[in-house]
Ligand binder design. Structure first.
Ligand SMILES: Cc1cc2nc3c(=O)[nH]c(=O)nc-3n(C[C@H](O)[C@H](O)[C@H](O)COP(=O)(O)OP(=O)(O)OC[C@H]3O[C@@H](n4cnc5c(N)ncnc54)[C@H](O)[C@@H]3O)c2cc1C
Length: 392
């Protein structure tokens, strides 16, 4: 990839709404991404490999458990800082942001919120430092948008649980040390269990041939009569609401992260439009190209405002799941549209790995699907405003 010249757009002076701490956290993440992610990420995406050497740096910028209390090794930050970190990481690559989101919101969050003190002490500090990496198993081969239909299950065998089933499309699975797995007990109620690598009958085959999120490792989780110690069940919450609570936190991070990818594409297209000459003029002087840029910065600014307001509501404990759905859906869709427009603005160069745009575009095809598809989030808003369930 060519040199990272990124300059963040802030058309409505939103920096004025941030505290000094927010800006410090954001700027540290921005500098780290420029230094450690941008120079290598194209190569890793081409190779379809996650760059494990950046795990330590991700931990150092607070990307693993930004809002987890410091007593458990987290950064103890607020929700807006969490969002800003996700924005900066996804400015570099959605796959890297996915790894951080999973670790924070889908592994540390359920252990912190639904686990007991011993589980928090055992796992959270190691997850915060990156010594342990985690994954989250909800989706199954036959149950994606409808996780309540899951068939993965466990039976009480007296001194342990016996876990059987399979999960699919699991980010971080190939290298995760632990998995937070959602499974039904004998009465059909959903619980979270911490499954550790090395437990007999537990395997994590890698998913190959992805054209999207290539720098993020994806795999399956297979449970073949896995004996899970009873102390590994997360005791404080059960039912579908437990995994959905984790998804709220992760979707919030995605709503911010997608802005990062959009800002990167806008910034690249803007710079290119001033340098690329055709018909004796920079292409940025043509009305058609200005329309694209003007619409991009308008949509980015609207998305920034949505994310910031949602952050305030989350800090106050007032954000609803439906509000989070709206922001995730809007901001990812916005980012994907911007990648497509920006790609066209670069002409043939837009399809190469010299620029980040095509990689962002391919990545966002996963982001618009995972953590609730674009359609599912629309149905959530529809249900919220009408009170009528159109899911089934
Ligand atoms: C790269 C990647 C990483 C992922 N990481 C994880 C992870 O770490 N952990 C995890 O648990 N999962 C993960 N997922 C899974 C992801 O959350 C699912 O792919 C997603 O929830 C959609 O499920 P599905 O793929 O089975 O699609 P389906 O549910 O089969 O949906 C197919 C289509 O039907 C539509 N549809 C479904 N139901 C309805 C309805 N009622 N009304 C209208 N339309 C409907 C959907 O919107 C979609 O367009 C990941 C996925 C990808 C691609």
């Amino acid at each position: 990839m060519s040199q990272d010249l990124f300059q963040a757009p802030d058309y409505y002076q939103l920096d004025d709404l941030l505290t000094d701490e927010h800006k410090l956290v954001r700027d540290a993440a921005r500098e780290w991404v420029k230094r450690e992610v941008s120079p290598i990420i194209e190569d890793y995406a081409q190779k379809a490999e996650f760059p494990t050497q950046i795990i330590k740096g991700l931990a150092e910028i607070g990307a693993f458990g930004p809002y987890i209390p410091e007593e458990y090794g987290g950064a103890g930050l607020d929700q807006i800082s969490y969002g800003l970190i996700m924005q900066e990481i996804e400015r570099g690559d959605s796959g890297v942001r996915s790894t951080a989101s999973v670790q924070s919101s889908l592994v540390m969050y359920p252990i912190w919120k639904y686990g007991n003190e011993a589980q928090c002490q055992k796992y959270l500090p190691k997850l915060a430092s990156g010594e342990f990496m985690g994954c989250f198993g909800l989706t199954e081969p036959d149950h994606g948008s409808n996780p309540s239909g899951m068939v993965t299950n466990f039976k009480d065998k007296g001194d342990h649980y016996l876990l059987n089933g399979a999960k699919m499309w699991i980010s971080n699975a190939p290298f995760a040390d632990i998995a937070v797995v959602w499974a039904k007990d004998e009465s059909g109620r959903i619980h979270g269990l911490v499954v550790e690598r090395g437990m007999e009958g537990f395997t994590t085959p890698t998913t190959h041939n992805k054209w999207s999120l290539r720098a993020s490792a994806t795999g399956e989780l297979i449970f073949d009569n896995v004996k899970v110690p009873k102390e590994n069940l997360l005791p404080k919450k059960s039912g579908l609401g437990a995994p959905l609570g984790c998804l709220d936190s992760a979707r919030f991070g995605i709503a911010w992260g997608a802005i990062g990818a959009a800002m990167d594409c806008y910034d690249t297209a803007l710079r290119y439009s001033k340098e690329r000459m055709q018909f004796g003029k920079p292409i940025g002087a043509f009305q058609l190209q200005q329309k694209k840029l003007a619409e991009m910065i308008t949509e980015i600014t609207k998305a920034q405002l949505l994310a910031w307001r949602l952050g305030v509501l989350r800090n106050e404990g007032k954000a609803t799941s439906a509000q989070i759905s709206m922001a995730k859906r809007n901001n990812v869709d916005m980012a994907l549209k911007i990648t497509r427009e920006a790609r066209q603005m670069l002409g043939g160069m837009g399809i190469t790995g010299e620029y980040s745009i095509m990689r962002h575009m391919m990545n966002l095809e996963s982001v618009i699907t995972y953590e609730g598809t674009h359609d599912i989030h629309l149905l959530i808003t529809g249900l919220d405003v009408t009170g009528l369930n159109a899911f089934k």
